[in-house]
Ligand binder design. Structure first.
Ligand SMILES: [Zn+2]
Length: 205
């Protein structure tokens, strides 16, 4: 995952979070071409230390770091002390996010969920925690959550497959694990499954 790391100047000190329980998604409520730098200027104009989000996902899908990941953000009233704030540029009351933005968001959310031991239920829209329409009714929320659940399942299957593969290597039943590692996310043909069972059975005998 590539993250652009601007050299932000903070107008006042940032505090560290003691917990991370939610990932909260926003829109910038502005033109899709909005940059993280403009958001930083707006937030400084509010009298804040600087950009309030931890990440901004620009129109082309570029992920830009805002506040340091461990800092308390400024994006969701009463939720800043235990959440990561992600902002997609655009106004999703009148348009939908670019596919590249959704792809980057999925990568970033999966990273955060796994790093902080969260579940998909902890991934929220700003409107789920505060009285706002953010990130807009045209943000494809149901689809996005369904995509997360689906890919989460694939990761779970891959993990199980990788563990099984390691065990088979240890037992000397697989000679070329590298070849299999690349195909762990693919559907296994029945013949391969039964060939493996047969080999295991023979080994045991
Ligand atoms: Zn918001």
């Amino acid at each position: 995952m590539y993250i652009k790391e601007p050299d932000w100047r903070w107008n006042s000190g940032l505090k560290n979070r003691s917990a991370t329980r939610e990932v909260i998604i926003h829109h910038s409520d502005s033109a899709p071409e909005t940059t993280a730098e403009s958001i930083d200027a707006w937030h400084k104009a509010n009298g804040w230390a600087g950009i309030g989000y931890h990440f901004v996902i620009q129109k082309d899908g570029l992920i830009v770091r805002g506040r340091p990941e461990q800092s308390v953000g400024a994006h969701s009233l009463d939720h800043n002390s235990a959440s990561i704030g992600i902002c997609l540029t655009g106004d999703f009351t009148i348009s939908t996010p670019a596919p590249a933005q959704i792809n980057s968001l999925e990568t970033l959310v999966k990273y955060a969920v796994s790093k902080y031991g969260l579940g998909i239920k902890d991934v929220k829209r700003h409107r789920d925690v505060n009285a706002t329409s953010c990130p807009g009714a045209s943000f494809p929320w149901a689809e996005f959550k369904a995509g997360l659940e689906e890919s989460g399942m694939q990761d779970w299957e891959k993990k199980l497959g990788a563990e099984a593969l390691d065990a088979l290597v240890v037992k000397g039943l697989v000679e070329n694990p590298g070849q299999w590692k690349e195909t762990l996310g693919e559907v296994t043909p029945q013949w391969l499954f039964w060939t493996m069972i047969k080999r295991l059975t023979e080994k045991k005998g």
